[in-house]
Design a protein around this ligand. Structure first.
Ligand code: NAD
Length: 264
């Protein structure tokens, strides 16, 4: 419908199904004329990602497990066979053992802490290292974060600590890559019912709580996050880097939240 991203080529990492935030961003970029490529994690997702990629005329690069450097190298080598340069990258990836996304943060194990940090934090830096080489005309990198980085949210636990690290990474990466005109930003999305979110304890309650307390009195959709994504991935935001933009119906500005909302 528009041409804001005409001539731009982008890699989308983190598509699982048609409820993924990555899908909302992919559709919005495609609507603005972008050319897309996708990686997926594991064979189980292959059959879901292939038809979605086809729907937006995208390339399926193949499997990429971001906890394995060799797997990232292989995916970027494959991408390099299709494209000689890259304009944007979407990192919509996070993971933590769901047994630790409930109860107390203090009970987090060393093993899950390390794994959560590797997949949810370090992977942004790892993929940025590879993308930098292909972003020969500058570029835009976008990741997804959550308010649990800033304030303590029930059950979000180690994921909140990871998102704090991710948001700090965005700033450090933005400074390192700014001279190459590669921008790095994050969208802090309000809660959305996705596969990853279903691992968080009492997620329905979090959704309701947001609906009653956000200034706009509703939650957000993947399409709305996608439209904000177009801003960051297109030249509209060409002077913006190191930013964490809330797309959360304004929830983060409200100091006094209502405790007596109906139905919760
Ligand atoms: P999703 O389940 O659709 O996407 C998560 C993706 O991470 C999946 O595609 C999964 O395959 C991928 N992934 C996990 N481990 C991986 C690994 N080792 N290697 C490669 N990929 C791996 O859920 P989503 O909600 O769309 O999540 C996308 C991002 O948005 C995540 O970073 C999440 O934390 C963030 N986010 C989600 C919400 C929400 O409420 N859903 C809110 C704010 C931020």
């Amino acid at each position: 419908t528009g041409g804001l991203m005409k001539g731009k080529r982008g890699l989308i990492m983190g598509l699982a199904n048609n409820r993924s935030i990555a899908w909302g961003i992919a559709k919005a970029c495609r609507d603005q004329g972008a050319e897309l490529a996708f990686t997926y994690q594991g064979d189980a997702l292959k059959k879901r990602v292939e038809p979605l990629a086809e729907e937006v005329g995208g390339i399926v690069v193949g499997h990429c497990d971001v906890s394995d450097g060799a797997s990232i190298d292989a995916a970027f080598a494959e991408l390099g066979k299709h494209w000689d340069s890259l304009d944007f990258l979407v990192h919509a990836i996070g993971f933590s053992d769901k047994d630790e996304l409930t109860g107390r943060y203090v009970d987090t194990t060393e093993g899950n802490f390390t794994k959560t940090m590797l997949i949810s934090v370090y992977s942004l830096t790892a993929v940025t290292q590879r993308a930098e080489k292909l972003m020969t005309n500058g570029g835009s990198i976008l990741t997804l974060t959550y308010y649990g980085a800033e304030k303590v949210m029930p059950n979000y636990n180690v994921m909140g600590v990871a998102k704090a690290g991710l948001e700090a990474s965005v700033k450090y990466l933005a400074v390192d890559l700014g001279p190459k005109n590669i921008r790095v930003n994050a969208i802090s999305a309000g809660p959305i019912k996705t596969l990853a979110a279903s691992g968080i304890g009492d997620f329905r309650y979090i959704l309701k709580w947001n609906e009653y307390n956000a200034p706009l009195r509703r939650t957000v959709t993947i399409e709305e996050v996608g439209d904000a994504g177009v801003y960051f991935l297109s030249d509209l935001s060409r002077a913006v880097t190191g930013e964490v933009q809330h797309v959360d119906s304004g929830y983060h500005v409200v100091g006094m939240k209502a405790v007596d909302a109906p139905d919760i």
